[in-house]
Design a protein around this ligand. Structure first.
Ligand code: 4AD
Ligand code: MG
Length: 430
């Protein structure tokens, strides 16, 4: 590389001239000295440009440089206690590559303005840190999955099936017929275990959620996994290991970025197996003990999930939801046939759902009867039912909302900050 990333400048020898490239983070001049702060993906560094140390034309370019202009700077590194990180670069060469007009984002902007200028706001240090944390979390998951013999697969995003119910489907014209944007890759992953045993995919999922909440996007990244020969308990074992590996990946590889977005990283160190497991019935009793008045069969919403996990330090699995709360494809629990062999994983400290998972119903007759009860049109699911007709096996899987996990790890207030270009009910630009 002909230039050094900003982070590497801090360890560059002071007797050697080096080059840096990046964007102007701050600029101020006083007479014959220009004080700049240069930013790149790895950090920021102070740069001083002094008349006489470089050609006049280059000094003038530095004096006129605007915030967010892209530049190339040559110079040497010197200790300076007042500079961020204790070093500054003294320029012997300065070139503006792309001059910036007056940057529309200054300090203290409204949330709306920042969202309208998202393509520029993603340059901010917080957003940069979140994106790196997300990448570290996803790499942590992929590493764990590889070590545990899962094959990454690529299911379709255009589909004719509703996996998670018809109310949140984005419908589109597919030539002369109707199709949908995928809500979940699950059914395709179920088909893929017959050749690959253990599979996962990371795809966008789409939910036409009209509700404005701090935990719903209309497009989100979905990490889904399916495994043959595993029941819903084994499925939970996999989840707690994989989620722990994601957090560990962030602690190990994005520690500096974590420090940018949250004050205290100690709570993350407690995210190790085993996680807590309670049944839905126990959860309802606990909630009613706190003054809720929930009947058996009511679904648990955000307030209930918050109450259940407020005092917890590890994630909590809530198992065996009543059938009326969950989707038709889940396996009826043999020990309590009013419920499914399923679990939602709730993150601690009041955070709420990050994973939905279950063992899948393999009994063709039960599956068909349930679909008929729920008035589900069979035709688009014939291929799915074939999976029960040709060598079915016990199997389980789950879906993890990547932005939900990133929101939790970073301690973000709103899920939209866990994705560079958020799509919500009110936003599809930029
Ligand atoms: O609980 P859900 O709807 O489950 C499924 O889609 C299953 N078919 C997954 C599977 O078994 N393969 O969604 C799974 C996860 C949720 O726990 C949540 O983390 C996330 O996806 N999620 C959303 N994230 C952001 N915005 C939304 N609108 C989301 N809806 C679900
Ligand atoms: Mg769910």
């Amino acid at each position: 590389m002909s230039y050094l990333p900003v982070k590497r400048l801090f360890s560059a020898p002071s007797d050697e001239e080096v080059e840096a490239r990046g964007w102007i983070y701050r600029a101020r001049s006083s007479g014959a000295i220009v004080f700049l702060v240069l930013r790149d993906s790895t950090g920021i560094i102070q740069v001083t440009v002094k008349k006489g140390n470089l050609p006049d034309q280059e000094f003038e370019a530095a004096r006129g440089v605007t915030v967010e202009s892209s530049v190339m700077v040559r110079g040497r590194l010197f200790d300076d206690k007042r500079a961020p990180g204790g070093k500054e670069m003294r320029a012997s060469g300065f070139t503006v590559v792309g001059s910036a007009q007056t940057f529309p984002i200054t300090e203290y902007q409204s949330e709306e303005l920042l969202l309208d200028h998202r393509h520029l706001w993603i340059r901010s240090r917080e957003q940069t840190a979140v994106m790196k944390i997300k990448a570290a979390a996803m790499a942590g998951a992929r590493d764990w999955l590889k070590e545990n013999d899962f094959t990454e697969v690529t299911p379709p995003v255009l589909t004719t099936n509703a996996c998670e119910g018809g109310t949140t489907l984005f419908k589109l014209k597919y030539f002369d017929r109707d199709a949908y944007l995928s809500q979940s890759a699950q059914m395709y992953l179920e088909a893929l275990i017959f050749s690959l045993d253990r599979v996962y995919s990371i795809t966008p999922s789409f939910r036409a959620e009209k509700s404005r909440t701090t935990r719903h996007l209309t497009e989100y990244w979905h990490l889904e996994l399916e495994e043959a020969w595993v029941d819903y308990r084994g499925n939970m074992d996999i989840q707690e290991q994989m989620v722990s590996a994601m957090v560990e990946g962030v602690l190990k590889n994005a520690g500096e970025e974590l420090a940018v977005v949250r004050k205290d990283i100690e709570p993350l160190k407690a995210i190790v197996p085993p996680f807590k497991r309670v049944t839905y019935s126990q959860a309802v009793d606990m909630l009613n003990g706190q003054g809720y008045e929930l009947g058996w069969g009511c679904d648990l919403g955000a307030p209930e999930e918050r109450a259940l996990t407020a005092e917890e330090t590890v994630p909590v699995f809530v198992t065996n939801y009543p059938k009326e709360c969950k989707a038709f494809y889940m396996k009826e629990d043999a020990d309590d046939p009013r419920t499914y062999a399923c679990a939602d994983l709730l993150a601690p400290s009041g955070f709420g759902e990050i994973i939905g998972g279950s063992e899948r119903e393999t009994d063709l007759n039960k599956l068909v009867a349930r679909m008929q009860e729920q008035d589900i049109c069979m035709e688009p699911y014939e291929w799915y039912l074939d999976l029960r007709r040709y060598g079915s096996v016990p199997h389980s899987g789950f879906g993890l909302g990547v932005e939900r996990v990133v929101k939790f790890i970073c301690g973000l207030e709103h899920i939209r900050d866990a994705v560079p270009f958020p799509r919500t009910v009110s936003r599809v630009y930029p």
